[in-house]
Structures are given as C-alpha cells and as structure tokens.
Design a protein around this ligand. Structure first.
Ligand SMILES: [Zn+2]
Length: 154
C-alpha cells in the first residue's frame, strides 16, 4: 500500500488557500469534496495567509504573490495537475491586514468583494496556464448548520 501511494506522481488538482485554521483541515476537505468532487488525497495544497488573494492586486506582499505562482508552477509541472482551484474565505485576517475589513452585517458586501478578488485570481492563473481548468470558490460558514461551505464563483 505504501509503495503504491509513493508511485503515484500525478494528482488531479492544486488548491490555493489561506492558513486560517477555521477554514483548513477536515471540515474544508469535506467542503472541497462536496463542491468539486475531489478527495483530499487527489490534490496538492498551497497555503499562505490570504490564499487566492495573493494572486491579485490585494496581495499581502509581493513575496507571497511570487511564491504562490512559483508553487503553482511546481505543482502543475511535477504532478501534471489539470485543475487549479483558488479559494478565499469569509472573515480573512489577510484582507483585514490590507484594510479590507467587513462586519458581520456586511456579509453580502464581503462576499461580493471576494467574488471580484477570486475572478481576478482565476484570470491571473488563466493568463499563465491557459490550458488548465480553473475553479474559484468562497469558503464561508453556513450559519444554520455551522459547517464550512464553498460557494463556487464564476
Ligand atoms: Zn485567511
């Protein structure tokens, strides 16, 4: 079993996401599986504060933008990835750090901001890797059920 895992050098996708513990781990893996049909052992994960934000004009630092693109290139080349998924999330501290804070009452404004950000991030990926499939998603907590959910952005 161990050998078989190690002999697999290809995976289906690479996910760009934030470090935030509230939107990482098993809950988020389930949300990704639900939204994109990918099991957690079928994709690479690039994790930096801000996630997809770092591919846009709202990047936390220029270093993160470079690092995200660099890591994407490695995943795409090394694991023959065909799908890039860029994610951002509700109540992200990396956005607050650049002065984009949203109150609880501004959930719709916040979501709209992320939609624009995610479309920009998807456009950057498309510009660099035009042959790949690209998905963008907004991670948020479904209030009534307290579960992490992904709203697909297109
Ligand atoms: Zn975050």
């Amino acid at each position: 079993m161990h050998e078989r895992i190690l002999s697999q050098h290809e995976c289906r996708a690479v996910v760009v996401t934030c470090i935030d513990f509230r939107f990482a781990g098993a809950r988020t893996s389930l949300a990704i599986e639900k939204a994109y049909g990918l099991h957690e052992n079928e994709y690479d994960v690039i994790v930096l504060p801000g996630g997809a934000q770092n591919l846009t004009q709202f990047q936390l630092t220029a270093e993160y933008k470079g690092a995200t693109r660099h890591a994407l290139g490695i995943a795409i080349d090394l694991h023959n990835v065909r799908l890039v998924i860029v994610l951002s999330h509700q109540n992200c501290g990396a956005l607050k750090a650049i002065g984009k804070a949203f109150s609880h009452e501004e959930a719709d404004v916040e979501k709209e901001f992320h939609r624009i950000l995610l479309l920009e991030a998807a456009g950057v990926v498309r510009g660099e890797w035009p042959r790949l499939a690209i998905e963008a998603g907004y991670l948020y907590v479904e209030e009534s059920q307290q579960i992490v959910t992904i709203e697909k952005i297109s």
